[in-house]
Design a protein around this ligand. Structure first.
Ligand SMILES: Cc1cc2nc3c(=O)[nH]c(=O)nc-3n(C[C@H](O)[C@H](O)[C@H](O)COP(=O)(O)O)c2cc1C
Length: 186
């Protein structure tokens, strides 16, 4: 995998998910010279337990794959829903597994907030900012975008059909990859 790889992660496990559709669509908008890896292993991660993440134990394959994907990426794009005023438990679990691995430290990260809810999933994204802060990720604010996507904008192929999304996602990816290239060159 090249060092100019964008890792894209959906925080939803739902079939037909708006957030997964946004990630699938963003993956098709990868800037020239970059490649994209869409992470699809969230369902295989065990519940985080610090006892299973100790130097004396073998970390399970799913966690190794997650950490490897983060380690070989130059930047990460996240798209997550809000459940009950917070991040989905399965996605918070994924983020908990990143803490011990350290691969995420200093990694440029941005998100596309596609919530069409009146509150714009603000609590989940406030929490995302806080958790990413603890992980040591480098949040690229200029690449974080609120672009509501309605369920009616999702095609049967789990892609977003709205033009406004394509415009917003393309700009977000441009800013994120420009930033990642600049910090890598430092
Ligand atoms: C159990 C549950 C709790 C939810 N809680 C919230 C919430 O607190 N705030 C919100 O904006 N949306 C909430 N929603 C709506 C989801 O965020 C919304 O359906 C979103 O599209 C789900 O993401 P997905 O389409 O990627 O699966 C909730 C949905 C479910 C199923």
């Amino acid at each position: 995998m090249s060092s100019k790889t964008l890792l894209m992660i959906s925080g939803s496990l739902r079939l037909g998910s708006t957030n997964t559709a946004a990630i699938n669509t963003a993956a098709r908008l990868t800037p020239v010279g970059w490649t994209t890896e869409v992470y699809r292993g969230m369902n295989e991660l065990p519940h985080f337990n610090p006892d299973d993440d100790d130097e004396s134990v073998t970390v399970v394959d799913g966690v190794v794959r997650l950490r490897s994907a983060i380690g070989t990426s130059a930047a990460i794009l996240i798209c997550t829903p809000e459940y009950a005023g917070a991040l989905p438990g399965s996605f918070k679990n994924l983020l908990d597994w990143t803490v011990g691995g350290m691969e995420i430290v200093g990694k440029p990260v941005a998100w596309l907030n596609v919530s069409a809810h009146a509150t714009h999933a603000a609590d989940a994204h406030e929490s995302l900012r806080k958790v990413l802060g603890f992980t040591g990720a480098d949040i690229v604010d200029a690449a974080c975008v609120d672009i509501p996507v309605a369920r009616a904008d999702i095609g049967g192929d789990v892609l977003v059909t709205a033009d406004a999304f394509e415009v917003a996602a393309t700009e977000s990816l441009r800013v994120l990859t420009d930033y990642a290239a600049a910090v890598t060159a430092d």
